[in-house]
Design a binder for this molecule. Sequence first.
Ligand SMILES: *Cc1c(COP(=O)(O)O)cnc(C)c1O
Length: 501
Amino acid sequence: MRKLVEKVLYRLPEAIAARLFETVRRVPSVQASIEKEMEEMMAGMRQSVKPYKGRVPEFPKMPGQGMDIDEIIGIMEDLQEKESEKWKHGYVSGAVYHGDDEHMDFLNRVYAIHSQSNPLHSDIWPSAAKYEAEIVSMTANMLGSGLTEDEICGVVSSGGTESILLAMKTYRDRAGKEKNIRSPEIVVPVTAHAAFDKAARYFGMKIVHVPVKEDFAADPEAMEKAINRNTVAMVGSAPSFPHGIIDPIEELSEIARKKGIGFHTDACLGGFVLPWAEKLGRDIPAFDFRLPGVTSMSADTHKYGYAAKGTSVILYRGRQLRRYQYFTITDWPGGLYFSPTFAGSRPGALSAQCWAAMVKMGEDGYMEATRRILETAEEIRKGITETDGLYIMGAPLWVIAFASDTLNIYQVMEQMAKRGWSLNGLHRPACVHIAITLRHTSPGVAERFVSDLRDAVSHVKQYPEEQGDMAPVYGMAATIPFRGLVGDMLERYIDLLYSVD
Ligand SMILES: *Cc1c(COP(=O)(O)O)cnc(C)c1O
């Protein structure tokens, strides 16, 4: 297998190599050999994916007799304690955005009060509708100051991905109805979140990925060129997940407005940071509904809104547009049925705790949190810049991606992992990022990051031949012929997550 790769495939033009490889891999003996290598790889990962195997009671089948509740709680508290060690002490990029004990205890109490609530039954739980209406209204107010409920409206979803899927479905359906577009397309910068690709695959749309400029911001000219008669929406991020760069939303949204298509600002990361950064006097380019071309926005309450996982807000310019998102059915034997999002029954308790988080934080709370995050990010950016061999991608604020021209950056990431850090590996181009959260703002965390990074870099300089686990996989994903193979591997990995043996 490897010999074939090195001798032949790497020397051919990529497109030809891809086709050749697809043919070759269908040969039974090759297929068997690939299968075997993948199985071995998964077996190697089993240990780290299933660390509790054989150490904690397991239930591949239900217990015949129900288990004692104290015992259940005991097991779960044990697991939870092990798993909070890292994020609590600020060793993790993103993931837990607030995480102070007092804040979490408060949200848990709120969840417990509402654990049976289901917004699908708004007659039984009108409180759920109240909470959701106010979450949307507070968010709309933050991202479209001066605009009314008639102008900016929205719904609560289960997360950033659902908000994005909903928006893309909305644009598809609007274009189908109002413009009779049957082969809808969306235009996104390559740095837009994978959720847009997911939307395109789920809803049968074409997605056009447009390269970004040298500073990793979207290229308005190139984006405009990618628009055609079938384009239903264009996308920009504020900021982008990979490099934390704010796209030129003003220019992009104006292009969309002039072409008469939708424009979505993905503010999943920035929605609850940028408005406060602006109030703190930072130079933040316009990105929200104050720009007339912006017709929808996603903002994640379960990230920098500091709610527990499971909520996000999708906002639209005008109720007419929002209605394309809704589902209603009037001839189902189950009765008149409607739902605003993809789910039917929904956890009302999550909306309740989201509402409570926002009301507890208030403007002053978000402002102070943002101030702390931006200051910590400044310290970390300085530390990276001053580390010989590393550079920062573009000019980010608090989601900071860095790379190297001389070192294997995935090796630096693995050396950071050896020192306890869980950072995000990115590719095309190869880099690593850290999303600064309130967890990193505790005294000493930024210093520890910087000194560990120095150590990690000097280790990699000393042992440049070390390969690690991730570098070869990313290397393979970077070549067209083997991208499919890496995709297959990711599927096996999901299989592994769901396996009990
Ligand atoms: C996190 C994120 C998303 C997706 O959100 P999920 O809550 O993980 O589904 C989308 N866009 C951006 C910019 C994000 O950071």
